[in-house]
Design a protein around this ligand. Sequence first.
Ligand SMILES: NC(=O)c1ccc[n+]([C@@H]2O[C@H](COP(=O)([O-])OP(=O)(O)OC[C@H]3O[C@@H](n4cnc5c(N)ncnc54)[C@H](O)[C@@H]3O)[C@@H](O)[C@H]2O)c1
Length: 430
Amino acid sequence: MPANCHVTPQNAKAPAIVEVNTLSEDDQAINPADHYGVTPDYSIQVNGRNTIYSNEYIESKYMYEMNHCDVDHQAKEVKITPRKYQYNFRTKRQVQRTGVMLVGWGGNNGSTVTGAIIANRDKITWMRKEKVIVLWTANTERYTDVRPGLNTTKEEVLQSIADNDDEISPSNIFACAAILENCPYINGSPQNTLVPGIIELAEKHNVFIGGDDFKSGQTKLKSVLADFLVSAGLKLESIVSYNHLGNNDGKNLSAPQQFRSKEISKSNVVDDMVGANHLLYDKKTNEHPDHVVVIKYVPFVKDSKRAMDEYISSIFMNGINTIAIHNTCEDSLLASPLIIDLVILTELMTRITYSTNDNEEYQTFEAVLSILSYLLKAPLVPSGTPVINALFKQHRCITNIFSACAGIAMDTDMLLEHKTKLPKPMKVQL
Ligand SMILES: NC(=O)c1ccc[n+]([C@@H]2O[C@H](COP(=O)([O-])OP(=O)(O)OC[C@H]3O[C@@H](n4cnc5c(N)ncnc54)[C@H](O)[C@@H]3O)[C@@H](O)[C@H]2O)c1
């Protein structure tokens, strides 16, 4: 603990030390946050006491603050207690040579990703790969059954594969093989590949898995628009999403069982936003907007997918507000950048470990990589944890975790420097 630190008596037992002397007069200019002229070849260095650089790691100390909420229904009282938890994040600096194994490589998305990478060929080396990430961009499968004896534990699923059980899908086999080879596995399609037994297998082997279904167009817009409408008090009553497309994916999705997989992954996207707003929607009656998804195969339009959406909301004085959207775009041009981002994010997560105030041993994040939710339609999350679909929350989750890993302040959007008289900056150390 630095000699000039002041520890307040009520915090005497807390592991964190805050409140120190202020910076010199010379150091007090407000950062103009002007990135003009900064190109990707610039290096970034964090100049803070909570961030330590070594040849191998960037280490940061980070105080995670969370509000603990106690509801006493009898007393009609809500008590909020701010709590603090100390984390030490460690990020390996050496980016691993990473190969990606695309299941469905010869298809629309696989070939588009390959084309994009070949365009960058001079900067990419495929030799001596150290880490391989396996990503399913093959066709959508039907849902498999989930039942005891088949795939609810890791032992069951491995035994069912050994028995060549009919309910084991090709993607189940790819996922298990990837996990057993210590390779992260990402499911870019909607089917339920990541059944409980496979999740358990990934947790046991400490291998990252992520899914389901690339969030490329219509669903991405829906997660923004529904969040806006519901949080603005414009009660969403009906969402109807109609698509037609003429590529091989469209043909495959015209089969009822495969369509059902897509329908499920597209349908849950507004659930958390509706569920969180008990002022608009009655929880007791499970009130929620009507939500219908239609997908039709029209060969003539080929890869140029059309998405038409109608959003109807009840507004002030029982008025009705209808928004209609028509979107046309090449399907694989939306999905391929997501594939690259999923691989980059997953590779980075394999280099991050953390310790906490009550466990000094460094460990990895949970095997179910929910940080990928921003890029996926039906985010898979660790059991018992909330599914977040609101797009900007998902985006903030990524930027905040990486800010914490770098030991820098999160962007709170308060901009107090423009709204108050900013005091002298203080040197703060955890
Ligand atoms: N915007 C998008 O393109 C988008 C968005 C979300 C999800 N997806 C999903 O991504 C997947 C791929 O889309 P696409 O347009 O590239 O499809 P595609 O039909 O063009 O390509 C799929 C490829 O997978 C191969 N394949 C099928 N089963 C396989 C298996 N068991 N093992 C290995 N390869 C197999 C096929 O031969 C084909 O080459 C689909 O499931 C689709 O629903 C796409």
